[in-house]
Design a binder for this molecule. Structure first.
Ligand SMILES: NC(=O)c1ccc[n+]([C@@H]2O[C@H](COP(=O)([O-])OP(=O)(O)OC[C@H]3O[C@@H](n4cnc5c(N)ncnc54)[C@H](O)[C@@H]3O)[C@@H](O)[C@H]2O)c1
Length: 445
């Protein structure tokens, strides 16, 4: 509910990971919410109370707010335009397919173009999608073609949620950023988020360009931190040192912090990789060479981790993959998600299969999505099914379930007890004690 008990009519355009979570959480704060997507199947599913993707805690909250009558779905932009006091644009901004690294803004622009003709009164349109700096001004120009013209106000409100913790991050974020050009937009945004703001969560008001940069700067920092510790992993390997002990020791320092300092396979997913590439492309356009260089290095180091695990795997299998059985634990880009966009694990699985390995993949929730992208891999119902007669086991997504695998039992069904722990989270000592050869990038073997 808004400030002074104000219930707002909120529309959400795009019901993917970000948009559906946002729609559900807005309804849960007490607002009336109407959501739209161009994917009719997604809308139909959500309207039945089923989330079209795996996100812990989201489905019960979706059902609760559908039952309370606060949340509805539609396929009509006319209905959206008529309904909303505030319209959130939450559509995708994937990496363009032209190899430039730029963000593909066509979905954002077509959402604005589809909405504009139906805006006939003063209203606020808010972009939540991650966009390159300067994009908001282009969206505003499109919105001002609406019948309501310049009565259509605009805000940029970046989203920082983490998949796997999306509900918690949406309802109780660390901070809420309002990029605005008017006091009325700022006031309306503060009414939308009245409950989290009243609980003490900082709301930061700024100009549009700074708000756009805040989001990509945050992701670039996180990506840099991950690549930093992975460079240290390489140094540890070259020196016979232990990167986990190093990370623990430097991470205790409050100025550094232990989070996002986990070495291993690096980052993937639908955000960090494409966001740093788009930011790099923007930096190139603006001639900010230092940022281009930094982000190029971060990306190169990150992709190099996949090569490193493949090299270790090849060595472990005697120099070649042809006909070798490889069990891969994990397909999602990270645990607690079924998202396989730019998944390091799936990329490695695919490359091993391309080099002739017989790959069996297991993941608790991401196998359906993975099979859509790599139908040629075998998907196993259980860890045991994947590992049966395997010449090598690769641990590539750090689901907590995998920490409870009994290495003794698994040893009895594989052909050869060799484990590469690409995520550095299994108990290497316990696996070794059970007779496994364990290779962990960045740790002494
Ligand atoms: N997923 C995350 O964790 C996360 C976190 C923060 C920010 N973001 C940003 O949020 C945006 C959305 O990401 P996502 O992961 O939800 O993507 P997604 O692909 O899961 O969802 C995008 C949705 O938009 C819909 N869509 C496309 N064009 C449309 C249109 N014209 N009208 C209505 N719907 C349309 C698609 O059908 C899809 O359902 C991106 O900019 C992303 O960078 C995502």
């Amino acid at each position: 509910m808004g400030r002074n008990g104000q219930i707002l009519r909120i529309s959400v355009i795009g019901t993917g990971y970000l948009g559906l979570t946002h729609a559900v959480c807005m309804a849960d704060l007490g607002h009336e919410v109407l959501a739209i997507d161009v994917d009719a199947e997604k809308i139909a599913k959500a309207a039945r109370g089923e989330t079209p993707f795996f996100e812990p805690g989201l489905e019960p909250l979706l059902r609760k707010n559908l039952d309370a009558g606060r949340l509805r779905f539609t396929d009509s932009f006319a209905e959206i335009g008529e309904f909303g006091d505030v319209h959130f644009i939450c559509v995708g901004t994937p990496q363009a397919k032209d190899g430039s690294g730029n963000a593909d803004l066509s979905y954002v622009f077509s959402a604005a173009d589809a909405l504009a003709p139906h805006l006939t009164r003063a209203t606020l349109v808010v972009a939540k999608s991650t966009v390159p700096v300067g994009t908001s001004r282009e969206i505003i120009a499109r919105l001002h073609t609406a019948p309501a013209g310049e009565q259509v106000d605009y805000a940029f409100n970046p989203e920082f949620l983490r998949e796997g913790y999306a509900v918690q991050d949406s309802l109780t974020p660390d901070r809420i950023v309002f990029g605005v050009t008017s006091d009325t937009a700022d006031e309306l945004m503060r009414a939308v988020y009245a409950i989290p703001l009243a609980s003490g969560i900082p709301g930061l008001t700024m100009d549009l360009e700074t708000a756009e940069l805040v989001k990509v700067a945050a992701n670039s920092f996180l990506a840099t931190k991950i690549s930093f510790i992975n460079v240290m992993a390489e140094m540890c390997e070259a020196s016979g040192a232990d990167v986990i002990k190093l990370a623990d020791a430097i991470g205790i320092d409050e100025r550094i912090g232990r989070k996002f300092l986990s070495p291993g396979l690096g980052f993937g997913g639908g955000c960090l990789p494409k966001d740093i590439r788009a930011f790099r492309a923007t930096a190139e356009d603006k001639g900010v060479t230092s940022l281009v260089n930094l982000l190029t290095t971060v990306d190169t180091v990150n992709l190099g981790r996949r090569d490193r695990v493949i090299t270790l795997a090849r060595e472990a299998l005697g120099g070649n993959f042809a006909g070798k059985r490889v069990a891969v634990l994990g397909a999602a880009f990270k645990p607690n998600s079924d998202d396989i966009r730019d998944s390091p694990s799936l990329a490695i699985s695919g490359r091993l299969a391309d080099e002739g390995a017989i790959v069996a993949v297991h993941d608790p929730v991401a196998m359906t999505n993975a099979a859509r992208v790599r139908p040629d891999l075998r998907y196993a119902d259980s860890v045991h099914d994947a590992a049966e007669r395997a010449d090598l086991v690769l641990h590539l997504t750090e689901w907590t379930d995998y920490r409870t695998i009994d290495p003794d039992v698994l040893r009895s069904i594989v052909s050869s007890p060799v484990l590469i722990d690409g995520r550095c989270t299994l108990d290497a000592a316990a696996w070794r004690a059970a007779g496994w050869r364990v290779l962990v990038p960045g740790r002494p073997s």
